[in-house]
Design a protein around this ligand. Structure first.
Ligand SMILES: [Zn+2]
Length: 367
């Protein structure tokens, strides 16, 4: 058994995911380590924020430094020095969105690599092989994500191809210390989302990503699609909402029965100067921060909030000392991890609704 539901409160769940690199509690929030690192944060710092698992992008690692380099280091855990669970996404999704696509058909997706411009082909089989060689604990299948606003015909085609590729990934998967999770598609068209989820569930994966959302569709459509997937994923399997990760969205999704999240939201915001707090966000680069002797977040118990004040972080920014990004990234990620840990504790005692309401009243929900 790789996933166990420990407690349920309404539709919200607290569970335990078992992997080859240990057990992690859910709801689980993973920061994004595209090339094997969460920018500016060391593995020790990540652990200190409460981070329990990471997601890396297998395609990015294939392009740089190359799968051989990761293998020579002893696999992705030894290469990155992260000892906890690591998920890998295929990465095809990002490349297609960034406009590097050359062609896509049932056989494969072909695009120019974003570093050297070489033409690369990803097939379900070579993605699974790549993820096996990297040594991730959880490998995500190659899927086909239609753009937001795609017409029914295009979504139907992508949904069909996603199922075809998932089946081929399953056939190609051999590593028994690695889980393979599927990704549901279907855009925001209800019957296609349901069909995609049903097709993948029938194949029997260890977990299910809910993909292709938060890419520009109306927010009410996104929630309907999430509900449509969650309802059809067996309750003993983890549900992973991919690429969604503002505090507001994570809390709303936990309430709807989602277990796992990944997002660059807290760390990317940090590098743009945005400090997330329990009362809303602010910009550390604003001039008035120069005289502010308060901590980044007065209600935060992280190490950074205990050690430095806003004026100092602002000073580092002003002085072009990139350490300010490390300090804000640490704090923002710590806030996200505190939020999911708080949600888990509340679910365990049947108090999630009250926990969420208290958090919304504090103002953090505006983020
Ligand atoms: Zn803090």
């Amino acid at each position: 058994m790789t996933f166990q539901v420990d407690s349920v409160d309404g539709r919200a769940r607290a569970g335990t995911l078992s992997t080859a690199h240990g057990e992690v509690p859910t709801p689980l929030f993973m920061p994004v380590a595209t090339a094997g690192s969460v920018r500016t944060l060391s593995p020790e710092e990540l652990s200190e924020t409460g981070t329990r698992a990471l997601i890396a992008n297998s395609y990015s690692l294939l392009v740089r430094p190359g799968v051989e380099a990761v293998e020579e280091a002893g696999g992705i855990h030894a290469f990155t020095r992260w000892r906890g669970p690591i998920f890998t996404d295929s990465g095809g999704f990002q490349m297609v969105r960034k406009g590097f696509l050359v062609r896509k058909d049932d056989r494969s997706v072909v695009f120019r690599d974003h570093v050297r411009g070489d033409v690369r082909e990803l097939t379900p089989e070579n993605v699974v092989e790549l993820e096996a060689r990297l040594g991730a604990d959880v490998a995500m299948v190659l899927d086909d994500c239609p753009p937001a606003g795609a017409d029914r015909e295009a979504v139907e085609d992508a949904t069909r191809r996603t199922a075809l590729w998932a089946e081929r990934c399953l056939q190609a998967h051999t590593r028994d210390d690695q889980q393979l999770w599927a990704i549901t598609q279907g855009g925001v068209i209800d019957d296609l989302r349901a069909a995609s989820t049903r097709d993948l569930v029938a194949m029997g994966f260890e977990g299910y990503g809910i993909g292709g959302l938060s890419i520009g569709e109306p927010v009410e459509d996104m929630w309907r699609a999430i509900d449509g997937s969650v309802d059809l994923i067996p309750s003993d399997r983890p549900r992973y909402l991919m690429g969604v990760g503002s505090p507001r969205e994570v809390m709303d999704a936990v309430e709807r029965g989602v277990d796992v999240f990944d997002s660059a939201f807290p760390t990317r915001n940090a590098r743009h100067g945005t400090v997330m707090t329990r009362e809303g966000r602010f910009d550390i680069t604003r001039g008035r921060m120069a005289g502010d002797r308060g901590p980044l977040d007065p209600r935060c118990d992280c190490r950074i909030c205990g050690e430095v004040d806003r004026a100092y972080v602002h000073h580092l920014w002003r002085s072009n000392d990139t350490r300010w990004m490390n300090l804000v990234s640490f704090h923002n990620l710590h806030l996200m991890q505190s939020l999911v840990a708080g949600a888990r504790a509340a679910i365990a005692v049947g108090a999630f609704a009250g926990f969420k309401e208290g958090w919304e009243r504090a103002g953090t929900s505006s983020q």
